[in-house]
Write a protein that binds this ligand. Structure first.
Ligand code: SF4
Length: 411
């Protein structure tokens, strides 16, 4: 675990004390006066025959706000030092590209600069991303003597504490998440730190396999088909599914996480009996409040019956954005785009459909320009408001509707 002291000379876990200094740069890079105006005016904008409805909760969450601020503060505090990010600070290409423009180097991911851990020394400043790093990686970084600026979100640390406790009490941590997602890798490393075991389940289908093994309807080996990254070392499904504590990646679909916890609890009750259940089952909903609020807000919007389509803006590798798409697409045609440039024309859009690995191009996504259109809009927790404002302006432009945001926001 990180040290208890909030900020020590070579370890920063909270603001570096330069928030006022960096605020103008952060605002200029990511804020949107148009989005601020909509927020203050009923979350709607109606121009000619095009209407927008903005979700009540959208965009940057408290964890992302903090991580971005700390990265800008680190740049301001250590102007002459090499600053290295272990991975993307959050799952948004615009934010990561901006940090690279500010001279911050990346150790891994699509922006990696070729540096390795061996190149890092006490004179370097290393930024840890909002979803944290695994426990062994943190130890290796500490050993370099570098200055650590740890932006790990408090809600992620909260999950770590939960799975650590499961491990201490002899429970296997069953994590609803994506086994290769940086946050889940970090979380299971906490469960495994003192020899504890973990299993990651991606969805209800995998949870059902685990439940069937617990109740004896399937052989234990069936669980191993999930593949290596889903298990702790030496995981034995015949022994390590007897006592289970459920947790989840903070950005999963809340309804699915709750259902998985219920399924596992029911299977353990069937196996061990109701009275013995507390000795075999623990569960704690670790979906963060920001994820929950964004999911609740999109449900409200798509169930309003007002929308012809939904636009969801966010990085294509953003888990929470993908879940917003999952909710919306049950109700209206929905498009997950990483930015406004994906709306190629009135006839063509590039977007990432539900369950797809890569974006695709779709024709005929907009009704004819003379037909009224009401578009819902929201954004994942790592998407800056500026990307939302640009999406609105782009849609107006490709429908041929003149619009000057400066006139609106000045009124
Ligand atoms: S989505 Fe939740 S856990 Fe992730 S950074 Fe935001 S507040 Fe923290």
């Amino acid at each position: 675990m990180p040290p208890k002291a909030r900020n020590q000379p070579n370890y920063y876990r909270a603001s570096l004390g330069l928030k006022d200094q960096i605020a103008p740069a952060v605002a200029s890079d990511y804020h949107s006066p148009l989005v601020d105006w909509m927020r203050a005016n009923g979350h709607r904008l109606d121009i000619a025959n095009l209407s927008f409805r903005l979700a009540k909760e959208f965009g940057f969450c408290y964890g992302v706000d903090k991580a971005v601020d700390m990265a800008y503060e680190a740049r301001a505090k250590f102007p002459d030092s090499r600053i290295i990010l272990t991975y993307e600070i959050i799952h948004n290409p615009r934010v990561n590209a901006r940090l690279r423009e500010m001279g911050i180097e990346f150790l891994s991911g699509s922006l990696k600069s070729g540096l390795s851990l061996r190149d890092i020394g006490p004179e370097d400043v290393v930024l840890l991303p909002a979803f944290g790093v695994s426990s062994p990686e943190l130890e290796r970084l500490r050993a370099t003597g570098c200055v650590l600026v740890d932006t790990t979100c408090g809600s992620v640390v909260h999950v770590w504490k939960r799975v650590e406790r499961y491990a201490r009490d002899g429970f296997t941590s069953l994590v609803h998440g994506k086994a290769l997602h940086a946050e889940t890798i970090a979380t299971v490393s906490q469960a495994q730190k003192r020899g504890g075991h973990s299993i990651v389940v991606r969805d209800r289908e995998q949870a059902q396999v685990v439940c069937d093994v617990i109740t004896g309807r399937r052989p234990p080996e069936d669980v191993l088909a999930f593949g290596e990254p889903s298990f702790s070392k030496d995981f034995d499904p015949a022994r390590h599914l007897e006592k289970i504590g459920v947790a989840n990646q903070t950005t999963m679909l809340a309804s699915e996480s709750l259902e998985i916890a219920r399924m596992v609890g029911a299977a353990l009750e069937e196996r061990w009996g109701r009275e013995a259940l507390p000795e075999h089952f623990r569960s704690f909903d670790t979906i963060c409040s920001a994820t929950q609020e964004r999911q609740d807000a999109i449900v409200e919007l798509v169930e309003s019956g007002e929308l012809d389509m939904m636009l969801i803006v966010g990085g294509y590798n953003s888990s929470n954005t993908g879940h917003l798409l999952e909710i919306a697409s049950r109700h209206v045609p929905s498009y997950h785009i990483c930015d406004s440039g994906e709306m190629l024309s009135a006839g063509r859009i590039r977007h990432k459909p539900l369950g797809a690995k890569e974006p695709v191009e779709t024709e005929g996504w907009l009704p004819a320009a003379d037909k009224p259109l009401t578009a819902g809009i929201t954004a994942g927790a790592s998407t800056p408001n500026r990307a939302i404002g640009e999406t609105i302006e782009r849609l107006l432009a490709i429908r041929g509707i003149p619009f000057d945001p400066a006139e609106l926001t000045a009124s």
